[in-house]
Design a protein around this ligand. Sequence first.
Ligand SMILES: Cc1cc2nc3c(=O)[nH]c(=O)nc-3n(C[C@H](O)[C@H](O)[C@H](O)COP(=O)(O)OP(=O)(O)OC[C@H]3O[C@@H](n4cnc5c(N)ncnc54)[C@H](O)[C@@H]3O)c2cc1C
Length: 364
Amino acid sequence: MSTTTQTTSQAPTCAASTGHTTVIVGSGLAGWTVARELRALLPQGRIIVISADAGDFYSKPMLSNAFALKKTVDGLVAMAGAAQATKVGVDLMAHTDVRAIDTAAQTLHTSGGDVHYDQLVLAVGADPIRLSMPGDEYVLSVNNWQDYAAFRAALDGCTDAANPGRRARVLIMGAGLIGSEFANDLITGGHEVHVVDPGERPLAALLAPEQSAGLQQALVDLGVRFHLGTTATGVSVGDDGAKHVTLSNAGVVTADVVLSAVGLRARTALAVASGLEVGRGIHVDAMGQTSAPNVYAVGDCAAYASAAKPELFDGAPRGLPFVLPIMTAAKAIAKTLAGEPTPIVFAPMAVRVKTPAFPLSVQA
Ligand SMILES: Cc1cc2nc3c(=O)[nH]c(=O)nc-3n(C[C@H](O)[C@H](O)[C@H](O)COP(=O)(O)OP(=O)(O)OC[C@H]3O[C@@H](n4cnc5c(N)ncnc54)[C@H](O)[C@@H]3O)c2cc1C
């Protein structure tokens, strides 16, 4: 392979003047899949992956079943960023924030300097939705490996030297896909689990009532305590460090760790500031291209015209924040970037719900 591989937080100095440069912003599943697929198709072109994090390659879905898989936090990382960059054959600018895109000059302004692009792929993911309530600062979210490391450290911090058998009391806000998976996994890990949700049953938006009831019963049988038809309204911390979560039904649950799993919102601020068309995500056409020339978007940050349905959001582009659609879109975009215009075509896809107590799948 003729490309050099480098891991740096500085902008590669020759990027503005030589060759054809594709820049991918983001090193999650979407970013690394585009990089890998494009490199396979284009052995000569320069590819730079810029990531706010270390660029480590890991399976995000494993974060919500790590106990079942008997994975340690470090064991979840399949490959460190630098090694992944070498394997794929790209330059990695790790720990580098892209702060602005000048779409006219085809230049990114980053914390490591300016970077020119000929083609740009935004794969910047999504942000966890946070509920605005007193004590929100005591609430954790898990949307990446670093979040999970902090979450596991909080769980481990609850181990009492005088009582080593004691596990953490965890309150999960949200009984959707991620909340239900964490509930199953944490109880498998021996922790005490409470789940709070305004709905009357878990995964109410995605499952038929009998499936939902089956899932709830299976989790209850394992020891999960549901607080349904109510919401968390605030968190306060006692002298002993315990968190007291007040509920809208006037109940109070005491927990060591509070985890929010109330959903994600496509990360669009960079695109908005750069003048790109944005709705429920960064709008992309059938080829994955945004409203700016030579700029593409894929993954949790994107809203695909190819996924639009007349009965959903008035037919506007919509996100498909799951592994299989991301792989489909990333492969098509890589072909287009390599010079073979390829529309993104999503087949009907089922997403497996990782609740071993009551295995299910839902339509993406
Ligand atoms: C706990 C959990 C379990 C899941 N389980 C499943 C499952 O079982 N099945 C399934 O299909 N899906 C599952 N999903 C969803 C799936 O994992 C995600 O849709 C997918 O991983 C998203 O990948 P991404 O690359 O789009 O985003 P991300 O992985 O979030 O990557 C975004 C990247 O962009 C970088 N970035 C962001 N902003 C900037 C910036 N300004 N400058 C530079 N870099 C930036 C970040 O550092 C990061 O590297 C799960 C999600 C979670 C959270």
